[in-house]
Design a protein around this ligand. Structure first.
Ligand code: KIV
Length: 268
């Protein structure tokens, strides 16, 4: 049975929620038995498509990956990110696109970035029976703004703003929210002052749950990794070792061997 958003919402104070990103069928199948929630994150644009930022993720991309992840899982609650440009302009646009994501992927929830500025939008989605996950702190879709890609909430003004954002998201009806790249003391204070679970990424173990990009924690993605990533495997190295062995075998005519070769009926 799939986790429900009601069960996630009421899990505050219980053992931490385990969440990872999943963009593909094999990763979803590997994560499904171990995770409470899987996020089809717009980070797919960077991790799988090699784009510069999450701003290049599109509705079609999110829907194609979302469908695959839903079909390849049966336990975890599946969240699909609303991509850049699909919700910010108006609550009506957000509602139209959220409905499309839900109906075309069968996912259980959508996630969108922003705090008080997105409260009205979150409320309209929730009023239309669309479960919403919020996202505050570092907002990857705002990479081009002055605050850009850095730890958030280090000064008092920013910290107060993030606290207000968290409360606004909760009041608007989100069932949980991501806190990204925020110092431990602030993440702890926010977590203690809301009744819905907080999911940290670079926001310390004071949060009610944790999420990482799966390809980062598996050592599969290429390029610089943020300080908050713990690597649990070295798959990029493992894959390269296997591929170099394949290349060696092909060049030596050792692959395909007779075991991997079709024969005529008479010779079989
Ligand atoms: O797209 C993503 O991977 C995310 C996580 C950073 C939470 O939003």
């Amino acid at each position: 049975m799939r986790k429900t958003f009601e069960a996630i919402k009421s899990s505050k104070g219980q053992p931490p929620l385990v969440c990872l990103t999943a963009y593909t069928a094999p990763i979803a199948a590997a994560c499904d038995n171990h995770c409470d929630m899987l996020l089809v994150g717009d980070s797919v644009s960077m991790v799988l498509y090699g784009e510069e930022s999450t701003q290049q993720a599109t509705m079609d991309m999110m829907i194609a990956h979302g469908r695959g992840v839903v079909k390849s899982s049966k336990n975890a609650l599946i969240i699909v990110d609303m991509p850049y440009g699909s919700y910010e302009e108006s609550p009506q646009l957000a509602l139209e696109n959220a409905k499309r994501i839900i109906s075309e992927t069968n996912c259980q929830a959508v996630k969108l970035e922003g705090g008080s500025d997105m409260a009205e939008t979150i409320k309209i989605l929730v009023d239309n029976d669309i479960p919403v996950v919020g996202h505050i702190g570092l907002l990857p879709q705002s990479v081009n703004t002055p605050d850009g890609f850095k730890v958030q909430g280090r000064d008092q003004e920013q910290a107060q703003k993030l606290m207000q954002d968290a409360k606004a998201i909760e009041a608007a009806g989100a069932f949980c929210f991501v806190i990204e790249a925020v110092p431990e003391s602030l993440a702890g204070a926010i977590t203690a002052s809301v009744t819905i679970p907080t999911i940290g990424i670079g926001a310390s173990n004071t949060c009610d749950g944790q999420i990482l990009v799966t390809e980062d924690m598996l050592g599969l993605s290429v390029g610089r990794k943020p300080k908050f990533v713990k690597q649990y495997a070295a798959l990029q190295e493992g894959i390269q070792t296997a591929i170099s062995k394949y290349a060696e075998d092909v060049r030596a005519r050792e692959f395909p061997s007779s075991e991997n070769t079709y024969k005529d009926k008479a010779a079989a």
